[in-house]
Design a protein around this ligand. Structure first.
Ligand code: AMP
Length: 289
């Protein structure tokens, strides 16, 4: 395990002297098969796979969500070892966010740039979690700058995040290949998420309604217009008393702009956020009208 950038840099120099292609899988830990699918994709495409675990405080708009976020570094290290991940970068908070005005801060100053994400960041998660994507782009830039990967892997599960990271990488000309990986689900359809561990038994038992509803929505693109389908999805999920829909958005898969009318054969993306008490779950599916 590499705890700081100095340790990583020594390792990196060896890898680069050997002309190794580096694949990178950034995570916030509490690892599951969804994270591991990214590790396996990297192992299939790169010479070396490096994962990171850092629960990034700046992307949490809700302090209690940050405090309650599941953490188990020892378990995660074992999981990564069994998956054949070559190295883990697990920095401290002060490594990634040194005290303002300190010498350590100079490492980041000037290398982390602001990115214009509009309008990608003003919908969905951006609308309901103010500042979230500023936190995401800051930490991902820092991790990219520290790790210097050739390729980085992100899940379709966080669809908007993936779109934003692609935009950031293009805009800043970072020369890193961004690879999106499919959503891994439980056998009943619930998308794997570190937050699933926070669900009660009863909540977990009914949580599959989110994906089941999205699946049936896929079959209804020819019988309902966009607004009808979006309202139906919300009603269907809200009919489960343990669920409260925060948003349903049917959007263009690239610009994330709301789609108002189906265009035949044009893929759209349907993203939802659902509260189960204080646990917030997100999911998405593609729709092909
Ligand atoms: P997180 O630890 O939640 O920040 O997630 C780290 C990475 O794993 C992100 O790129 C996520 O999109 C991805 N990820 C999380 N859950 C899944 C899943 N169920 N299937 C595929 N990728 C996932």
């Amino acid at each position: 395990m590499l705890k700081n950038i100095g340790e990583y840099r020594t390792y990196f120099d060896i890898l680069k002297a050997e002309k190794k292609k580096i694949g990178f899988v950034p995570t916030m830990g509490a690892l599951h098969e969804g994270h591991l699918s990214l590790v396996y994709s990297s192992k299939a495409n790169d010479d070396i796979t490096i994962s990171s675990i850092f629960v990034n405080p700046t992307q949490f708009n809700d302090p209690s969500d940050y405090r309650g976020y599941p953490r188990d570094l020892d378990r995660d290290i074992e999981i990564l070892k069994s998956a054949g991940c070559d190295a883990l970068f697990a920095p401290s908070e002060s490594e990634m966010y040194p005290e303002k005005g300190s010498v350590a801060e100079l490492y980041w100053t000037g290398n982390i740039r602001e990115v214009n994400l509009a309008p990608l960041d003003s919908v969905m998660e951006g609308k309901y979690r103010p500042g979230h994507f500023d936190g995401v782009t800051t930490i991902v830039q820092k991790l990219f700058y520290a790790i210097k990967p050739d390729t980085a892997y992100f899940g379709d599960k966080d669809y908007q995040q993936l779109a934003i990271i692609r935009r950031m990488t293009d805009e800043l000309d970072l020369s890193i290949d961004i690879v999106g990986c499919p959503i891994i689900r439980e056998s009943d359809g619930l998308a794997l998420s570190s937050r699933n561990a926070l669900l009660s038994k009863d909540q977990r038992a009914v949580s599959c309604i989110i994906y089941n509803t999205l699946k049936s929505a896929q079959a209804q693109v020819h019988t309902k217009d966009v607004q009808e389908l979006s309202a139906w999805i919300a009603e269907e999920i809200n009919a489960e008393p343990l669920c409260e829909v925060q948003y349903v958005e049917i959007s263009d898969p690239d610009s994330l702009a709301p789609v108002l009318k189906w265009e035949p054969n044009k893929k759209t993306i349907c993203c939802v956020a659902v509260f189960m008490d204080s646990v917030r779950l997100i999911d998405n599916v593609s729709l092909f009208p």
